[in-house]
Design a protein around this ligand. Structure first.
Ligand SMILES: Nc1nc2c(ncn2[C@@H]2O[C@H](COP(=O)(O)OP(=O)(O)OP(=O)(O)O)[C@@H](O)[C@H]2O)c(=O)[nH]1
Ligand SMILES: [Mg+2]
Length: 251
């Protein structure tokens, strides 16, 4: 089976993730929400660790087999945002935007949903192939009731309750990742509408970007970054967008 991201380029190779025939799955989330616990539960002993190229930030990647397909999982650094104020944030953002994973698992702490959804929305601004792992649901159940159906409806992507520490919900998570990557499960992620002056600026910048950039670059996302004066996103664009198109020769 051929995956969209593998068809012409292997953009994740620039991020130190080896050549892979199967889908690449990113694990994103706030610090301390259970990303590594999920990563370990999914990948077991099939893991490699190193640093992100050119950074002192640790990278962990591993793989698991599901329905005869080998999924490669990349555990991103825990961040509260993707607005590139730190190396960790840049690494996470660059991998999601320019590494083009086939799907992203957004791990959120169910007991701190309000705070965690900030990052979730930022990830959903970048990609529509995502599933939310509503982790620590065991602790949340003691304190509150979460309407998972309603959350899923509002976010526009699947939401899977998990207790990573006890490996609960992980089958459903793998099944959902499979549906997103191999069966084209449709999603319609919640995208924020910004105040009018921002939207107007974005509307002017976005078409210009679309003309110049490879079609896979999310022009609205980049336009928003330019409007807020985020120079680091531009630097990453220059670094990753052009070579990614020549990914095959770069191998
Ligand atoms: N109660 C409960 N605890 C969990 C669950 N999943 C993970 N934990 C615990 O939460 C803590 C943090 O888990 P990690 O997997 O290290 O979290 P992380 O997101 O990788 O953290 P960073 O790498 O620091 O960003 C650990 O003590 C885990 O045992 C869960 O579903 N329920
Ligand atoms: Mg971790």
């Amino acid at each position: 089976m051929e995956y969209e991201c593998c068809a012409s380029a292997q953009p994740w190779v620039q991020f130190g993730v080896e050549h892979s025939d199967g889908p690449i799955i990113a694990l994103a989330g706030n610090p301390n929400v259970g990303k590594t616990t999920i990563f370990n539960a999914l990948t077991g002993m099939r893991q490699h660790t190193g640093n992100w190229p050119g950074k002192t930030v640790k990278q962990a990647r591993g793989s698991y087999l599901y329905r005869s397909i080998r999924f490669t999982v990349v555990d991103l650094p825990g961040t509260f945002s993707l607005l590139s104020h730190s190396s960790d944030e840049q690494v996470a953002r660059d991998f999601l935007v320019f590494g083009r994973p086939s799907a992203t698992i957004i791990v959120v702490d169910a007991t701190r949903l309000e705070r965690n959804l900030n990052l979730a929305l930022q990830v959903l601004e970048i990609t529509d192939r995502a599933v939310v792992a509503l982790n620590m649901i065991d602790e949340a159940r003691n304190k509150m009731e979460i309407d998972v159906e309603q959350l899923q409806k509002e976010l526009g992507v699947p939401v899977v309750p998990t207790v990573a520490r006890r490996k609960k919900g992980l089958d459903k998570l793998m099944q959902t990742v499979y549906e997103l990557t191999c069966e084209g499960l449709p999603t319609s992620p919640l995208r924020l509408t910004y105040p009018r002056h921002i939207e107007e600026a974005v509307q002017r910048v976005e078409p210009l970007l679309k003309e110049e950039l490879p079609p896979w670059v999310n022009a609205r996302w980049l336009a928003l970054r330019l409007v807020e004066g985020d120079v680091s996103s531009l630097r990453s664009l220059a670094r990753y967008a052009a070579p990614a198109e020549k990914g095959v020769t770069a191998l």
